[in-house]
Design a protein around this ligand. Structure first.
Ligand code: NAP
Length: 409
């Protein structure tokens, strides 16, 4: 699943109502259960998603879930953290879903999440962040928060190009930089490289603009730190505007061109990252789709999630719009202290799964899941993370929260 994909121009065409992927009515979708709280939240998400599909399509559509191995469970059973077979299945089935994975520390292993994104070249990290009715929020007008972050997923400091302080390689690199460029770096430094390419930047901004146009969003804001890092973050900004101007001249307009009145066109603007973190708090209504580099996107995603209920509520997907490969995932980690306690909030993985069905062209499933979530929270039935912020809430377990959602479909 899917049997084949239809390619339109450089990116696949993705709209709110139809998917670029040809998806059978009974697709096989691979899943990685995840470590720590993964099994608890995956069990809850699977029940909710299956129930929504059954409710929407009767027996007409159904998913066959296929477990693939990664993380601690895989290491225990196969001796490998990320077996080649898992990558093969994710490649051949195109779209999958995963719970959180432990990053093994001090074994020379890179994050499995980062590896998955890089191996499948999932260059867009798509994080829709919107407030759901009833969710406690630290800001006054949380209903103004309705943004979609398109975060570049393969470059920047996440490329993993780092040399350890005290190593021979770091010393060699520092001495090379001194000889070649006259750069003075303290000898007791660790050093890293931050690559930002024209290719990587343009394909990210292109996808963000296409997403915004197809979903009838108002603006794309390019977020960067170009005032300090001119040839990486600043170049990202320049390339972003170039894409808008050269590839979407009739559909987009910049702030300078329109003075803030886009007149039905898609507004392209840019904001420096630190100012952005302030403005999404004070004036969230001004922002819609956000196109940004990897590290900025990481900070911004969690900061925005905090405004709409925390990371337990925030969905995410990693997507390659050219090949149609995608992995949707819980955006939080494995929260190991809650392992096996049936306690945590499964909403992040549930909403990620719902977003996956929208991507697959089954948007009714997403709509039903989001409605059921709001109805459950309206009835003040929540897991511990929200219960501690809400008065008069009924605190339930992960599995009970899933049941409450299903009852409200
Ligand atoms: P974390 O697992 O996200 O947990 C941090 C805290 O966030 C938890 O203690 C809990 O806060 C809250 N939280 C997380 N998930 C929640 C949920 N579903 N419901 C309610 N609250 C939730 O971050 P971490 O402790 O820094 O990382 C642990 C491991 O996860 C590390 O190995 C890390 O590498 C990995 N990780 C994986 C991913 C991924 O797979 N995408 C992402 C991030 C981290 P309270 O204690 O306040 O209740």
């Amino acid at each position: 699943m899917p049997e084949r994909i239809t390619v339109d121009g450089p990116d696949l065409v993705y709209t709110t109502t139809s998917s670029p992927l040809i998806v059978p009515d009974w697709p096989i979708i691979p899943y990685i259960e995840g470590d720590g709280i993964g099994p608890d939240i995956w069990a809850a998400a699977r029940r909710v998603l299956d129930a929504a599909i059954e409710k929407v399509y009767g027996g007409g559509r159904k998913v066959e879930w296929l477990e693939v191995q990664a993380g601690e469970k895989s290491f225990r059973e196969t001796g490998e953290w990320l077996p080649e077979k898992t990558l093969e299945i994710l490649r051949s089935h195109h779209v999958g879903i995963k719970g959180p994975l432990t990053t093994p520390i001090g074994q020379g292993m890179r994050s499995l999440n980062v590896t998955l994104r890089q191996v499948l070249d999932l260059y867009v990290c798509l994080r829709p962040i919107r407030w759901h009715r009833g969710i406690p929020s630290p800001i006054r007008n949380p209903h103004h928060v309705n943004m979609v972050i398109c975060r570049e997923n393969t470059e920047d400091v996440y490329a993993g190009l780092e040399l350890e302080e005290g190593s021979r390689e770091a010393a060699r690199f520092i001495s090379f930089l001194a000889d070649a460029y006259g750069w003075k770096i303290r000898p007791d430094s660790g050093v890293g490289v931050k690559p930002i390419s024209e290719t990587g930047s343009k394909r990210l901004v292109r996808s963000a603009i296409r997403y915004a146009l197809y979903n009838k969003r108002r603006s794309v804001t390019i977020v960067h730190k170009g005032n300090i890092m001119k040839y990486t973050e600043g170049a990202f900004r320049t390339w972003g505007y170039e894409v808008a101007k050269e590839e979407f001249p009739g559909e987009t307009v910049t702030w300078e061109e329109c003075g803030g009145n886009p007149d039905g066109k898609l507004l392209i603007q840019d904001v420096i990252a630190d100012a952005m973190l302030q403005q999404v708090l004070t004036r969230p209504v001004n922002f819609d789709v956000i196109a940004t580099t990897n590290l900025n996107g990481d900070y911004l995603s969690d900061a925005l999630a905090a405004q709409v209920g925390g990371i337990g509520m925030a969905p995410g997907g990693n997507i390659n719009y050219r090949t149609g490969h995608a992995i949707f995932e819980a955006t939080h980690g494995t929260a190991p202290k809650y392992t096996g306690m049936d306690k945590v909030n499964p909403s992040s993985l549930i909403l990620s799964g719902a977003n996956m069905f929208r991507f697959l062209g089954w948007p009714e499933v997403d709509d039903l899941v989001e409605d059921a979530l709001e109805a459950t929270i309206d009835d003040r039935i929540v897991t511990y993370d929200l219960a501690r912020l809400m008065e008069g809430a009924t605190e339930v377990r992960t599995s009970e929260f899933a049941s409450a959602m299903i009852e409200r479909m």
